[in-house]
Design a protein around this ligand. Sequence first.
Ligand SMILES: NC(=O)c1ccc[n+]([C@@H]2O[C@H](COP(=O)([O-])OP(=O)(O)OC[C@H]3O[C@@H](n4cnc5c(N)ncnc54)[C@H](O)[C@@H]3O)[C@@H](O)[C@H]2O)c1
Length: 255
Amino acid sequence: MWGVKDKVVIITGAGNGIGRATADVFAAEGAVVVVADVDGAAAEKAAGEITAAGRKAFAVQCDVSQSSSVQKMVEAVVARYQRIDILHANAAVQINKEATEITEQEWDLLHSVNLKGVFLTCKYVALVMRRQKKGAIIISSSGHALVTYPNCSAYAATKGGELAYMRGLALDLAKDGIRVNCIIPGATDTRLVRGYIEDSANPEETRRKLLDSIPLKRLATPEEVGRGVLFLASEFAGYITGTSLAVDGGILAQG
Ligand SMILES: NC(=O)c1ccc[n+]([C@@H]2O[C@H](COP(=O)([O-])OP(=O)(O)OC[C@H]3O[C@@H](n4cnc5c(N)ncnc54)[C@H](O)[C@@H]3O)[C@@H](O)[C@H]2O)c1
């Protein structure tokens, strides 16, 4: 129904969380899913589970912060499938620290995986999509790009950067028939959010405050975010580019 059957979809950070769930969402629609993750064992495990369910997946170990690693991953996918139809640039790390506590190394790590990782992945995939004159790119940004919490300034900077980068990339690639959008997950039940809660001084209170701040009063499931990615990748979103879709239980509606 979604028109992604046999489409080749690269999902970075697909070993866990939102990427892992998005891999299942696409595989269930008949897509060929490239499970890319810095954690090679997690990528192999995810691809193994998908293929064991009778669906199509291929694991690639890839560190999105390293140009050579991204180029090798793109080359491997093109060698195997001759094309790339959809990219979900999703891999990221999160470090939660007060603005004066975060170290330069931590700032650099966040920016090299999150922002530079999105740049490298989009750049090398776009070079392939440009030859095809067709493609869809979905970047996992975050509500932190627009409204953030204490102890998240460095992470929020990377996510805001992704949103701004997405707009420019969409303009550069529109003439090639490539659409570029962001998905903006709200608080989603993955290890990233569990880490945010557990790293806080009072995890019980942090969890309660987080849930209180969400109009729908619950975390998103990773699958709910994955379905948003599927919509943006599909032809139903054929006239949508340079914008973002929030799957956030209403958090951003509060201003
Ligand atoms: N969970 C949330 O509430 C939430 C909210 C808003 C935005 N997001 C965004 O969604 C995306 C996915 O988050 P998640 O919650 O699923 O996180 P997660 O930690 O569950 O999964 C992230 C995956 O990325 C991989 N990864 C980390 N560094 C990498 C690298 N250098 N190269 C390749 N892969 C790497 C990890 O191994 C892991 O498998 C991120 O971009 C995150 O910023 C998450």
